[in-house]
Design a protein around this ligand. Structure first.
Ligand code: ADP
Ligand code: UDP
Length: 238
């Protein structure tokens, strides 16, 4: 499948049109951003690592019965996906307190949520992705009530699957963000799942193994991503 015209360029990926109007090529770039694009750096190999990490996770979710946009990995950095009509809402699931939640509610980092917490944010860098509720989603018409309920269920189902997978390799899935879109009238998981969009802590040492290493300038960002991948048995094609 040939990637042709650039459809849009996000902060970390570029989407290209293909000969088939229903399909896109997503190119995972080495750009890494934090704080809604305020800081952008180039981390060599990050695109290839995230593309292959994402392919592994999306395949796993598909096997678990969750419909995703992922079709096939085309190269180290590119994947073929279904072209979705994206819903501009970020679905976040939290098993433990971290990040913006700690700042917003003054709760201790690491507090355990039972059941897991589900939150929504509007995807809008200029407004710094403000927190919204399901009522905002309905009132602004970003998604119907039925679609919203599917996004919530699919996010929580993904959490059950992924939490177990990471637990098996001694990692705590602290939180993560998913994006959904429509394909032929159905809600489908889009975008990516990689250490750029989740928090993973080593269960023994508490070491952060995700993008917080970049946000907090801890160093060893890609080394941590590679270690997570290695524990999961992902073999990289460079
Ligand atoms: P950002 O939008 O946060 O800068 P990216 O650099 O990851 O992020 O850009 C990828 C863009 O592609 C995002 O806007 C995302 O919503 C969109 N996208 C992801 N998957 C699909 C898909 N299957 N179909 C259409 N758009 C998609
Ligand atoms: N997240 C993301 N993209 C965003 C905002 C958040 O991938 O634009 C992820 C983030 O990596 C974390 C989870 O969603 O795993 C929750 O993020 P949080 O609300 O704590 O915000 P942050 O601390 O990233 O500002």
């Amino acid at each position: 499948m040939n990637a042709s015209e650039l459809l849009y360029q996000g902060k970390a990926k570029s989407a290209y049109l293909t000969d088939d109007p229903d399909l896109l090529v997503l190119k995972f770039r080495d750009d890494t951003s934090a704080f809604d694009g305020e800081i952008i750096e180039h981390l060599s190999q990050k695109g290839a690592i995230n593309n292959q990490f994402n392919a592994f996770i999306m395949t796993l979710l598909t096997k678990a019965g969750i419909q995703t946009h992922f079709l096939e990995r085309l190269s180290s950095t590119d994947s073929l996906v279904k072209r979705l009509d994206m819903i501009p809402v970020e679905c976040v699931v939290r098993n433990k307190a971290a990040g913006s939640l700690v700042r917003r509610l003054g709760i201790e980092e690491g507090y355990d949520f039972k059941p897991p917490l589900f939150e929504l944010f509007l995807k809008n860098d200029t407004l710094h992705d403000p927190m919204i509720s399901e009522h905002h989603v309905a009132a602004f018409g970003w998604a119907s009530r039925e679609e919203m309920s599917q996004m919530r269920d699919l996010s929580l189902q993904s959490n059950t699957v992924l939490r177990r997978i990471f637990d098996e390799v001694n990692l705590e899935l602290v939180d993560f963000k998913l994006e959904f879109g429509r394909f032929n009238g159905e809600i489908v998981l889009g975008d990516e799942f990689s250490p750029d969009g989740c928090r993973l802590w080593d269960k023994t040492t508490g070491k952060k193994m995700d993008k917080d290493r970049f946000r907090e300038k801890l160093g060893g960002v890609l080394e941590a991503y590679c270690e997570v991948a290695e524990r999961l048995g992902i073999v990289f094609d460079r």
